[in-house]
Write a protein that binds this ligand. Sequence first.
Ligand SMILES: Cc1cc2nc3c(=O)[nH]c(=O)nc-3n(C[C@H](O)[C@H](O)[C@H](O)COP(=O)(O)OP(=O)(O)OC[C@H]3O[C@@H](n4cnc5c(N)ncnc54)[C@H](O)[C@@H]3O)c2cc1C
Length: 497
Amino acid sequence: MNRRHFVQSSLAAAVAYALPPRLYALDGAASQAAGGLAAVKLDGSPTVIEQAAVKELKESLRGPLLLAGDPGYDESRRVLNRSIDKRPALVVQPTGVADVRNAVTFARDRDLLVAVKCGGHSFGGKSTCDGGLQIDLARLRGVRVDPLSRIAWVEGGSLLGEIDHEAMAQGLVTTTGTVSHTGVGGLTLGGGFGRLARRYGLAIDNLRSVDIVTADGRYLHASGKENPDLFWGVRGGGGNFGVVTGFEFGLHPMQREVVAGNVVFPLDRARELLEFYADYSASAPQELYVDAILSAAPGGKPGVFVLNTCYSGASGDAERVLAPIRKLGKPIADSIGPQDYVAVQRMNDNADPRSVGTYLKSGFIGGFRKDLVDAIVDAYQPHPERATMLFFQHGGGAVSEVAADATAFPHRYATHNMLTLVSWPLELDRTPHVDYLRGSWAKLEPFTRGYYTNEVADEAQSVVDENYQGNLARMRELKRKYDPKNLFRLNANVVPA
Ligand SMILES: Cc1cc2nc3c(=O)[nH]c(=O)nc-3n(C[C@H](O)[C@H](O)[C@H](O)COP(=O)(O)OP(=O)(O)OC[C@H]3O[C@@H](n4cnc5c(N)ncnc54)[C@H](O)[C@@H]3O)c2cc1C
């Protein structure tokens, strides 16, 4: 070996050493893993994937197959909640349905643990995993709108902002969530609340059909007419029934300008403002969406109480509808005014826990009981070392006009999603912050009935089961039909009947 080759190969060895090992072993079983890729099976047991099989998978894909150390691997494995730090053995980034089918078939044949990622917003980190195969749909993005039939065809890895942007360009909308970089996949399959839900129903209520790759690798179309059982199940069943590669949404005509913004008050007015919010949000017209947020940043600065509003009805009615808020006295800030709907949909894009650890608990309430106000004032305690937030997302209206068993989402009684969240700098120990939240939630949970499956974190299976309420038995039958080995289990899991 000449000197040039020596330097090059030493450099390559040093680089390889510095990178996370690509072919490695779990539990020190190095010899068994020699020549293979250590991975984790569905039941949590270790396995080794032969190099030849990895190569074969790679060759079957148009999109990349990423292993630890590859550029892009870390971006795929990470989710928004930075306290989740998991490392899949393999990451497939499909560019189309064929890649999704090959990835699903590969995982199923080897009983590999599977995670499916769209926008990566799962609070509990269900879209990533240790040692399994992650299907990251980041390359499967795109929206096509037909203004005549008022339909949007949305690829399975798209983000909400893409729908809002394309649809509004044609004077059309559908219900999406309040942060534009949330994934269409996760948000829709669990239900999908947002600023227009009280007018047009949940995201699932606007869904016309899906294209889905099921656990057996089949590519199915599900709608009211074709595979209607599956179509029922995906509307609220989360990722339990397969990888959705395409969504078809119905759209509604709407003007671009809405009257929206935040009114900010000092937190010490929380009791009086919560009592106001209880009545005001209950009697709101369907065109009005109003969230209440108690928020305190770390550092000990005084907290705030925010009313986040969006009135999407006729602009001439906005002032009358919002007048009760104007009578609440002088706020710290008031940004309510005519705004571009798509810009409003992006206004919370930076208010997320991107660089911190986060833990949350949430539950639906059906009507805002006055004694809940006492419980909140008691339970909500700002702390200088963490951000604390208690948030009511406004539901009701058209959401409640759909029967509890019309889709797999049973929580039609929900007037609000009550969500409490704590975040802390990653270098701090999570324990006191998580303990605070659990203690605080213990005082609030008795007021809730069921919770949003999209906010599932570490709940016991019995709690997850109970949460599907009267729909559980039907979902378990469906799971037996479409995913009998429970390949898609990293979600609010439905255990096959
Ligand atoms: C900042 C923030 C704001 C939010 N705002 C709202 C809101 O306004 N309204 C609301 O209803 N919810 C909201 N949520 C909750 C949100 O609905 C869930 O976090 C949801 O899971 C996010 O979807 P995702 O695709 O980004 O997540 P991911 O973490 O990518 O996926 C979550 C799960 O969804 C499944 N999944 C995703 N895509 C597919 C697919 N194509 N096929 C099959 N399964 C799939 C998988 O099981 C995956 O584990 C918010 C969350 C955050 C963090």
